[in-house]
Write a protein that binds this ligand. Structure first.
Ligand SMILES: Nc1ncnc2c1ncn2[C@@H]1O[C@H](COP(=O)(O)OP(=O)(O)O)[C@@H](O)[C@H]1O
Ligand SMILES: [Mg+2]
Length: 186
């Protein structure tokens, strides 16, 4: 395994050792800072993923955005195009289905697809990040491809302190996240 894969695995293991309560409690201050960001307050449409069990929970964020009448969109991995995601409007958690990768995705029958260009801010999921916003994701390269295609869309990630790393073994195709909301920062 190369260094990037070793680091990805080690941070995922750290995430998995957190209890549900710890995961939620430590995320709460990050949600508050996220909601105060001017680009979130101004956004009409925000893209997020629905977190899996070991990740920083995103359902509370989705609910907060709904309560402000923001349009929340979530990605579905394309079955036909390589490394491509389509985004669908999420108006209820009931419109989600578990994909073959084990992640919750919008049910394309129940949810409406949107033009990716309408997204104002993308909340980028990730495993490890460096100070410049470069990241290690889950190994699919989906967000690298998306951000390369849509360089003007604002991006933000929320992370626990141990996800911030000095070296994330940046490769030429890796794309930066604009703003990091890091646990412990002000
Ligand atoms: N333009 C590209 N965008 C994204 N991934 C690419 C691209 N070209 C090649 N890849 C390959 O896709 C895979 C996933 O990339 P990686 O950056 O490790 O994933 P992630 O960002 O999800 O951690 C790697 O094997 C990488 O070499
Ligand atoms: Mg990458």
């Amino acid at each position: 395994m190369n260094a990037k894969k070793v680091l990805r695995k080690s941070i995922i293991n750290n995430l998995k050792t957190m209890s549900v309560t710890e995961r939620e409690q430590r995320a709460e201050p990050l949600y508050e800072r996220f909601m105060k960001q001017p680009n979130i307050q101004d956004a009409k449409t925000v893209a997020l993923t629905v977190s899996t069990a070991h990740e920083l929970p995103t359902k509370p964020l989705i609910e907060k955005l709904w309560s402000l009448s923001k349009t929340v969109v979530v990605p579905r991995v394309s079955r036909s195009k390589a490394r491509h995601m389509d985004f669908y409007i999420l108006s209820s958690f009931e419109n989600l289905v578990t994909s073959s990768y084990g992640v919750l995705e919008p049910d394309p029958i129940k949810a409406k697809a949107i033009d990716n260009g309408l997204i104002d801010v993308v909340v980028v999921p990730g495993v490890a990040f460096d100070h410049e916003g470069f990241r290690i994701g889950y190994g699919g390269g989906y967000y690298d491809a998306f951000l390369f295609e849509h360089p003007s869309i604002a991006t933000v990630s929320l992370l626990y302190d141990f996800q911030l790393q000095r070296n994330v073994y940046v490769e030429p195709h890796d794309q930066r996240v604009d703003d990091l909301i890091i646990e412990g920062d002000e």
